[in-house]
Design a binder for this molecule. Structure first.
Ligand code: TA6
Length: 289
């Protein structure tokens, strides 16, 4: 255990877009990279160096543009609305707050985003948000939002996780049978999932509500499936743009829809309301079975 602790580390360097990238290395050989821009996990690799997250080959690293891939943070709005799509968290530069290695060798890095003139102009609520990324044999994201205003506010949030799959036709999700979902491609009509294993054979954009704490994602590879474990989040969005959607994205090669599958833990159908001084914690733990 001490050996692993010695091998675990966090190193930062400037990269595309002039953003700072924090490379986390764990003694097991797993790796992750987090940008201060959006507090965005841009990579997570297993001990063999295989990418577990999809990153578009045409992703744009520039202020004001969301990075297409990895784990964009959705806050304080999900989807389209009064704010830019999925809110301003993923296109804001977060403040590096420090990194640490614990006695078991788990390495973590923490970022903070506090309401400022720009956010207040879009969303008139004073908040403090912190995002901690922890890497061991698993990858854990913990986001704490605190209401530092003198009035309540409500928000939506999600970890918009782009999982890498060998081919979308071979991917599937277990754990959604019996769960109600909102189909965003069918006028947001509500349905009940009848399948034990949910696969994807066309464009898909569904908000599964009140989902189980754990889902299992089969990525079509020879690797063991991934467990998606969430706390403090009621919903799971399942999305693939298919060819027609990918073609519409300037930052995604058309055929790359086949190599990604979004499963997004979040508070999407139900917002979180915080009274002054209250905090909310959302946590997603990703690990191989
Ligand atoms: O999570 C699914 C979704 O809301 C889709 O409707 C699609 O818009 C996707 O997010 C990507 O959104 P973005 O703003 O990142 O292009």
């Amino acid at each position: 255990m001490m050996q692993q602790a010695k091998q675990s580390q966090c190193v930062s360097e400037e990269g595309p877009g002039g953003f700072n990238f924090y490379a986390l290395a764990h003694g097991s050989g797993s790796r992750a990279v987090v940008a201060d821009y959006g507090a965005h996990v841009v990579a997570w690799r297993d001990a063999e160096g295989r990418d577990l997250l999809y990153m578009s080959s045409q992703a744009i690293f520039a202020e004001g543009k969301a990075i297409r891939g990895g784990i964009p943070l959705v806050f304080p709005q999900f989807g389209k609305g009064e704010l830019p799509s999925h809110g301003f968290a993923r296109t804001s530069t977060w403040r590096y707050e420090g990194d640490a290695v614990d006695e078991k060798g788990c390495v973590s890095v923490t970022f903070a985003l506090t309401s400022n003139e720009k956010t207040l102009a879009m969303w008139p609520h004073k908040f403090e948000a912190k995002l901690t990324v922890s890497l061991s044999e698993s990858l854990t994201l913990t986001m704490v939002v605190k209401n530092v205003d003198d009035k309540p506010f409500s928000f939506n949030s999600a970890f918009h996780t782009y999982f890498a799959v060998t081919d979308i036709s071979a991917a599937s999700i277990d754990g959604l049978k019996g769960v109600e979902y909102i189909d965003c491609l069918k006028n947001r009509e509500r349905f009940k999932e009848e399948r034990r294993s949910v696969d994807c054979e066309a464009a898909m954009d569904r908000i599964y509500t009140q989902t189980p704490q754990k889902l299992v994602l089969f990525t079509g590879s020879d690797r063991t499936p991934l467990i998606i474990d969430k706390e403090g989040m009621s919903d799971s969005v399942v999305w693939n743009p298919w060819l027609e959607g990918a073609t519409a994205f300037a930052d995604m090669a058309n055929e790359e829809y086949r190599r990604m599958f979004c499963v997004e833990s979040g508070n999407v159908a139900t917002a979180i309301t915080l009274q002054p001084g209250e905090s909310h914690t959302a946590r997603q733990i990703l690990r191989e079975v």
